[in-house]
Design a protein around this ligand. Sequence first.
Ligand SMILES: O=C1C[C@@](O)(C(=O)O)C[C@@H](O)[C@@H]1O
Length: 254
Amino acid sequence: MSTIIKKMKAEHVKRPLICAPLVGKTFEAIKEELFVITKKQPGLIEWRVDFFEEIDKTESVIETGKWIKENARGIPVLFTRRSNREGGQPITLSEEEVTKLYVSVLEADIIDAVDVELSCPKEAKETILSLAKDKEIQTVMSFHDFSKTPKKEELLDVLKQAQEEGGDVGKIALMPKSLRDVLLVAEVTEEANRGLTIPIITMSMGPKGALSRLVGGAFGSAVSFAVGQTASAPGQIQIDQLEKVLDVIDASQE
Ligand SMILES: O=C1C[C@@](O)(C(=O)O)C[C@@H](O)[C@@H]1O
């Protein structure tokens, strides 16, 4: 079992692993950001490569990724290209070029886990998943909706699909329109955890959804995304604030 999955399983009983996004646009910005983030000792660092201005230069991505890995102080690195259709930054690469980039990054052995959107073309997913398995790099199969929270059955199906397609982890990030939507995601989290064998990560975004980032672990979300230096999605809170709340939750369970 990989280190990341072990960490998720060990810590997620009540306390989710904290993941800090790295969103610098340039190598220089990433260097500064990584320095700030590692001092806060998150359990995981997510490099959101769609923010990186040189995403279209494979060599630059590899060099930067290598530098991140070498300077992450042993914290595992999750590599993510969030597509524009799922709330990521607009980029000039085509989907085929993105798949090629993923292949190069996986082959370079510079990351510990990779985010693959369930909405990606089937062939692209298969290529990435099989290479990741060969390289023993964990796959997080993800789904994002920045405009709404889909219905319960749909969300349960998405998480099931993540497992069925061979993902090591399933992840959903949704935008709530009301607190009921936040409750729904908590319910889905609890229910999916009983039916699935893979760890799952869930969250509601935006100000209403911030609650889910605080208490999601108690319902079975294995990871909570929090701000190291800069947020990568609405509603993320600072790592130190999240840690305080997690300490209180932990203490209340003893
Ligand atoms: O999937 C996620 C979750 C996220 O969207 C959030 O809401 O914290 C942040 C993204 O960087 C990450 O890839």
